[in-house]
Design a protein around this ligand. Structure first.
Ligand code: HEC
Ligand code: HEC
Ligand code: HEC
Ligand code: HEC
Length: 169
């Protein structure tokens, strides 16, 4: 075998041994126990605080709103899509029934025009679906600036919810 090939094999052998040693040293202890990832990562994630509740838990205390929503165009939207994470509210709001909720339990009420625009503003990038009955997109889109804009002269900003019930638009 020519001399230079022997040296090359030597160099490769050194690298392979180095790789195996470093791998043993650097590999996290729980790697590979359950698959190609750190098994401990699952445990670490269970320790993170929860923010969202299960979809149906709002219904327990807000039955009539849920009933309204189920009859309208927003029936498929979950409450927390609009109101934000509601776990703490769901657990503790009942202690304040009939009283004012403390700030930490008050949920966001998306009543501004920009809140509805998140989903309803015309957006060319939105996915198009063949044979969809709603103008070929999942959601009815409007030009929010054009659609019943606030009457600035009368100084009466027309919020979307002045005309549309958010729970049954
Ligand atoms: C354990 C009962 C309970 C559960 C579960 C619950 N709420 Fe409430 N919620 C209340 C109470 C009590 C109030 C205080 C005002 C009232 O009596 O309507 C309230 C008020 C609200 C308000 C109005 C706050 C304000 O500033 O006017 C919103 C919005 C709301 N809840 C949304 C939700 C959503 C979304 C969920 C599900 C994630 C939820 N609630 C789950 C009991 C509950
Ligand atoms: C499309 C977004 C949207 C969804 C989905 C939604 N809400 Fe609301 N919700 C609003 C807005 C906006 C207001 C503020 C209405 C106002 O100020 O008149 C509101 C107000 C409320 C209030 C305060 C009392 C009232 O009637 O104004 C409660 C309680 C509430 N929502 C609970 C719920 C629950 C429970 C669900 C799920 C069943 C839900 N919301 C789903 C947008 C939404
Ligand atoms: C998270 C996305 C989302 C948000 C936020 C949202 N909507 Fe919707 N909206 C929908 C979906 C989905 C439908 C059902 C499909 C449709 O009819 O466009 C719908 C339907 C509607 C419709 C009926 C359209 C029709 O087909 O005639 C109106 C009106 C409407 N929404 C008003 C509002 C208003 C007002 C707000 C703000 C309070 C709002 N929406 C916030 C997703 C959203
Ligand atoms: C002054 C009252 C008024 C205000 C404010 C208003 N709307 Fe409307 N909206 C209507 C009426 C009435 C219709 C049904 C007739 C039509 O299609 O123009 C409608 C229709 C819609 C539709 C269905 C459009 C379609 O092509 O069928 C959507 C979605 C909608 N509005 C969302 C919104 C959003 C989002 C806002 C806030 C940015 C808003 N609206 C503000 C009165 C209003």
């Amino acid at each position: 075998m020519p001399q230079h090939i022997k040296r090359l094999i030597g160099v490769f052998a050194i690298f392979i041994v180095l790789f195996l040693v470093m791998r043993q040293v650097l590999k996290p202890s729980s790697f590979g126990e359950l698959g190609h990832f750190r098994a401990k990562a699952i445990y670490e994630n269970t320790l993170r605080p929860m923010h969202y509740t299960i979809a149906d838990s709002c219904t327990k205390c807000h039955k009539s709103i849920r009933a309204d929503k189920d009859q309208g165009f927003h029936k498929k939207l979950k409450c927390e899509v609009c109101h934000g994470p509601g776990l703490k509210h769901s657990l503790f709001a009942n202690q304040f029934k009939g009283k004012e909720l403390p700030d930490s339990l008050i949920l966001y009420k998306p009543g501004e025009r920009k809140d509805c625009a998140i989903c309803h503003q015309i957006n060319a990038a939105r996915i198009k679906i063949l044979f969809d009955t709603i103008n070929n997109t999942m959601i009815k889109q409007i030009d929010v600036a054009e659609h019943n804009p606030p009457d600035l002269k009368a100084n009466e900003p027309a919020k979307c919810i002045d005309c549309h019930n958010p729970h049954q638009p």
